[in-house]
Design a binder for this molecule. Structure first.
Ligand code: SAM
Length: 250
């Protein structure tokens, strides 16, 4: 999968992408992340990429010309994937649809994605209106730029691409993948400062371990994120377990 990131700070991407799982994924050709410097698409002596806002007020606004030129030179006009689907041109903005595991799954189906990182007060509205095909926010708070949001998106989407995680089923049980929070994890030693690992996990009985994990997953979601249970796919056993928890609560 190829990510083309358009930014005024291309240098912030490499340190993160040169470590651990994403480094290996890049080396194995499973993902390609190209950070393009919007400043290189300016034509004036000072390489200006921002200007004062029409109507007044504080802050600067990213100019449309270099952003359009950067995206169109790299992606071409109306870029399409081999599937015939258009390449999503995504603006990172606190005004976009909120990024969730479902959105990451949806984006992981694409061969190529373009990401535009804003700075200052944001980007000229014509970029949003005439260049961008999707707008994504990583949450209801405001950062200084779109670079961290873009890295978050690249990270969450990349780990869903087959082969990126060492364990092919590694992402299946993750929190949010199945609409529940994940069960707790333990590693060695079996006893640490008098705190012991639950016996069932040491029993070697996989049916019991699976049942314990499912129940822990339900319990955690019930306690920490009850809102998620409304949408989770639950079987009869799950519902019975949750009804028991509700009764205990009363
Ligand atoms: N004035 C803008 C507003 O109120 O909507 C916020 C601009 S913010 C200071 C600068 C840039 O950071 C944005 O253009 C966007 O690219 C990025 N950004 C900030 N918060 C973000 C978030 N929660 N999700 C995605 N991008 C964000």
């Amino acid at each position: 999968m190829r990510f083309d990131v358009f930014t005024l700070l291309p240098e912030v991407f490499l340190p993160y992408l040169a470590s651990s799982i994403l480094k290996r994924a890049r080396e194995r050709g499973l993902i390609q992340v190209n950070a393009h410097n919007i400043r290189e698409y300016t034509h004036d002596k000072h390489h200006v990429t921002d200007d004062t806002p029409y109507g007044g007020g504080g802050g600067m606004v990213m100019k449309p010309e270099p952003v359009f030129e950067a995206v169109e030179s790299v992606m071409g006009q109306n870029p399409v994937q081999t599937t015939g689907q258009p390449v999503p041109i995504i603006l990172l903005t606190p005004q976009g649809r909120v990024f969730t595991q479902r959105v990451a799954e949806e984006l992981s189906q694409h061969e190529r994605i373009a990401l535009i990182c804003g700075r200052y007060e944001g980007v000229d509205e014509r970029i949003r209106e005439h260049l961008v095909t999707d707008e994504i926010s990583i949450g209801d708070y405001v950062l200084t730029g779109g670079e961290l949001p873009a890295l978050i998106l690249v990270d969450a989407v990349s780990r869903l691409i087959p082969g990126v995680l060492g364990d092919p089923t590694g992402a299946d049980d993750d929190s949010h993948s199945m609409g529940l929070l994940e069960y707790p994890h333990y590693t060695k030693p079996a006893e640490f400062r008098g705190w012991t690992v639950p016996e069932v996990l040491q029993s070697g009985n996989h049916a019991k371990i699976d049942q314990w994990r499912r129940e822990q997953s339900l319990l955690r979601t019930f306690n920490k994120r009850p809102d998620m249970l409304e949408k989770a796919i639950l079987d009869e056993k799950d519902s019975k377990f949750l009804n028991g928890l509700k009764k205990e609560e009363r």
